[in-house]
Design a protein around this ligand. Structure first.
Ligand code: HEM
Length: 516
C-alpha cells in the first residue's frame, strides 16, 4: 500500500517535472520561431512603401499591364542599372548581362537554387535536376548530358521528331485547314478552320518528349484530340507553383497546403494524377526491359532502379524541360509569323532552295543548312522566351557588378523577356521580328549567352538546347511551306497565365489555309 502511495506520489512529481520541461521546451521553441520570423520579416521589409512594392502588394500594376512580365519589363527599361528590387519580398530582378554572367558563371557557388526553391517547387519537381544543387545536380547533369550530348542520339531524335511531324502533326493540322473548294461559311459550320495551336503543339511536344526520353508513345496528338488528364494536371501544377513563388505572404499557401484547401487541394489532386502517369511509365519500362535501351529513363533505371520516387522526379522534370518549352517556343514563332508574311515568304524560298526537290521533307543536313530558319527561330525566342524569368538564391551578402546590394537569402532573377525588349541591348528596332539581325553574309551568327540567356547560361546551361532548336527548325521547315497559319483577331496581344513556362491564357486560336 505504502509503496503504491510512494509510487503514486513519485509518478506525480515525475509528471509535473515532465509537464514543466515540455512547457519550457515549447516556450523556447515558440520564442525561437518568433525571433526567426522577426529576423526574416526585417530582412524582407514588408513595410516598404516604395512605388514598386506598393504596386506589387496592391497589384495596382494590373491597371496598366496585362501581364506581370510586361510590368517588370517597364520597370527594368526605366531602371538606370537595368536592375530592380521588390524589397517587400526580397526579390531582385536584373536585365544586365554583366550581372547575369556573374550569377550564372563567375560566382556560380554564391547563387544556388537553394532551400527556398525546393520549398516552392518540391511538391512538383521533387529532387529533379531543376531544383537541386551539389552532388545530386552533378549526377543528374552527367547522366542527362550522356544522353543529350551524344551524336548517335541526335539522329535518333531527328527521326522521332520527323515521324511525329509526318504521321501526326501534318494530318491533324490538315484536318482543320480550310478546304479551298468550300466557302468560308461552309467550313465554319463544319467546325473546321479554327484550331488551338497551343494545344496541338503541346500534344506534339508531349509525344516527342515521351518517345525520346522515356521510350513510350502516349499518342496524345491524334485527330480525335483525346482529352489528357495528365496535361490538365501538369498545367495546373505549373500554374499553382508559379503563384506560390510570387506570393507576398508565403505563409498563406503553406497553411492552405497543411489543411489541403483551395488551390493547394487542387494542386495535391493534380500531383496524384501526374504521379500515376510517371509510375506507369516506370512500370512499363521495367516490364519491357531497359538494359539494351538508350533512352534517358533507361540510363537512370540502370543506376537508380530501386528509387521509384527519384525516377518519378526525373520523368516530371524532363517533361517540363521538353514539353512546355518547345511548344511555347513554337507558339511564339507562329504568333510572330502570322503578322510577318515577308518572313514567311523568305522561309518558303529557303526551303525550296536548300531541299532536294525529290524529297518530301528536308533531311537533318538540309535543315542545318537553312540559316534563315535558324535565325527566325532564335528571333522568335528573343521576343517570346519560353522561360520568361529564372531565379537563384543568394548564399551570402554580396554586391552585383552594377552595384546592386544583395542580402543573404534574396531571390535574384534575370529576365530574358524584358531583355528582348530593350533598346540598349538590341537597338531601336528591338520590338520588330527581324531574323536578319542574326545573319552575317547569309550565315547564322550566335549571340553572347548572357545578352541572350534564353537557354540559361554558365554551368547550368540548358542541356536540351540543340535538340530543342532542331525540333523547332524541323517543324518550321515542314509546316510553313504547306500551311499558312493566321492568328484570329486583328489586334491579337498575348495574355499569359503565371507558370514556370510561358503559357497563353486562352490558347492560340488560329485559322489555317493549305498552300499547296
Ligand atoms: C526552346 C526550348 C527550351 C528552352 C527555352 C530551355 C531553357 C532552359 C532554361 C532557361 C534552363 C535553366 C533552368 C533552370 O536552371 O531553372 C534549362 C535547363 C535545362 N534544360 Fe532546357 N530549354 C529548352 C528545351 C529543353 C529540352 C528539349 C530539354 C531536354 C529534353 C531540356 C533540358 C534541360 C535540362 C536537363 C536543364 C537543366 C540543366 C541544369 O540544371 O544543369 N531543355 N533549359
Amino acid at each position: 500500500m505504502l509503496s503504491s502511495i510512494m509510487n503514486f506520489e513519485g509518478s506525480g512529481s515525475l509528471q509535473s517535472m515532465a509537464t514543466s520541461t515540455s512547457f519550457l521546451f515549447f516556450s523556447l521553441t515558440f520564442l525561437f520561431s518568433l525571433f526567426s520570423f522577426l529576423v526574416f520579416i526585417s530582412r524582407m521589409k514588408p513595410w516598404c512603401n516604395c512605388p514598386t512594392c506598393r504596386s506589387f502588394l496592391t497589384k495596382s500594376w494590373t491597371n496598366r499591364f496585362n501581364n506581370f512580365c510586361d510590368w517588370l519589363t517597364h520597370l527594368l527599361i526605366n531602371s538606370p542599372t537595368g536592375t530592380i528590387h521588390i524589397h517587400c519580398v526580397g526579390y531582385i530582378i536584373t536585365s544586365n548581362p554583366d550581372n547575369i554572367e556573374y550569377i550564372l558563371k563567375t560566382h556560380f557557388d554564391k547563387y544556388t537554387k537553394g532551400k527556398p526553391l525546393s520549398i516552392i517547387l518540391g511538391d512538383f519537381l521533387g529532387r529533379g535536376i531543376f531544383i537541386v544543387d551539389g552532388d545530386s545536380w552533378k549526377f543528374q547533369r552527367k547522366m542527362a548530358s550522356l544522353e543529350l550530348g551524344s551524336v548517335a542520339i541526335r539522329s535518333y531524335a531527328f527521326e522521332t521528331i520527323m515521324d511525329e511531324i509526318k504521321t501526326r502533326l501534318i494530318p491533324v493540322i490538315a484536318s482543320k485547314a480550310r478546304d479551298k473548294t468550300k466557302s468560308l461559311a461552309e467550313a465554319e459550320t463544319e467546325g473546321k478552320y479554327i484550331l488551338d495551336l497551343q494545344d496541338i503543339l503541346r500534344r506534339f511536344s508531349f509525344d516527342v518528349t515521351c518517345k525520346f526520353s522515356f521510350g513510350t508513345d502516349p499518342a496524345c496528338l491524334l485527330p480525335s484530340l483525346p482529352s489528357s488528364h495528365f496535361a490538365e494536371a501538369f498545367d495546373m501544377v505549373s500554374n499553382i507553383s508559379a503563384m506560390r513563388g510570387l506570393a507576398a505572404l508565403p505563409m498563406i499557401w503553406k497553411i492552405k497546403r497543411f489543411f489541403k484547401i483551395g488551390s493547394e487541394k487542387k494542386m495535391s489532386e493534380a500531383i496524384n494524377v501526374m504521379n500515376n502517369l510517371a509510375y506507369d511509365i516506370i512500370k512499363q519500362r521495367r516490364e519491357i526491359g531497359f538494359s539494351s535501351k538508350k533512352d534517358l529513363l533507361s540510363r537512370f533505371l540502370s543506376s537508380v532502379n530501386e528509387d521509384d520516387k527519384f525516377l518519378r522526379d526525373i520523368i516530371i522534370s524532363f517533361l517540363l524541360a521538353g514539353r512546355d518549352t518547345v511548344s511555347a517556343g513554337l507558339v511564339a514563332f507562329f504568333t510572330l509569323l502570322s503578322k510577318n508574311p515577308k518572313v514567311e515568304q523568305l522561309i518558303r524560298e529557303e526551303v525550296n532552295r536548300v531541299m532536294n526537290p525529290i524529297h518530301e521533307f528536308p533531311t537533318f543536313n538540309e535543315i542545318r543548312q537553312m540559316h534563315y530558319i535558324n535565325a527566325a527561330v532564335h528571333e522568335s525566342l528573343r521576343i517570346f522566351p519560353p522561360v520568361q524569368t529564372n531565379s537563384k538564391f543568394a548564399e551570402e551578402d554580396d554586391v552585383l557588378p552594377d552595384g546592386t546590394v544583395v542580402k543573404k537569402g534574396n531571390r535574384v532573377s534575370y529576365h530574358p523577356y524584358a531583355m528582348g525588349r530593350m533598346e540598349k541591348l538590341w537597338g531601336p528596332d528591338c520590338l520588330e521580328f527581324k531574323p536578319e539581325r542574326w545573319l552575317k553574309d547569309g550565315k547564322f551568327v550566335q549571340e553572347d549567352t548572357f545578352k541572350y540567356p534564353v537557354f540559361h547560361g554558365g554551368l547550368r546551361i540548358c542541356l536540351g538546347k540543340d535538340l530543342a532548336l532542331m525540333n523547332m527548325r524541323s517543324v518550321v521547315a515542314a509546316i510553313v511551306p504547306r500551311f499558312q497559319i493566321r492568328v484570329v483577331g486583328p489586334n491579337y496581344e498575348p495574355h499569359f497565365v503565371p507558370g514556370l513556362t510561358a503559357s497563353l491564357k486562352d490558347g492560340l486560336p488560329v485559322k489555317v489555309y493549305e498552300t499547296k
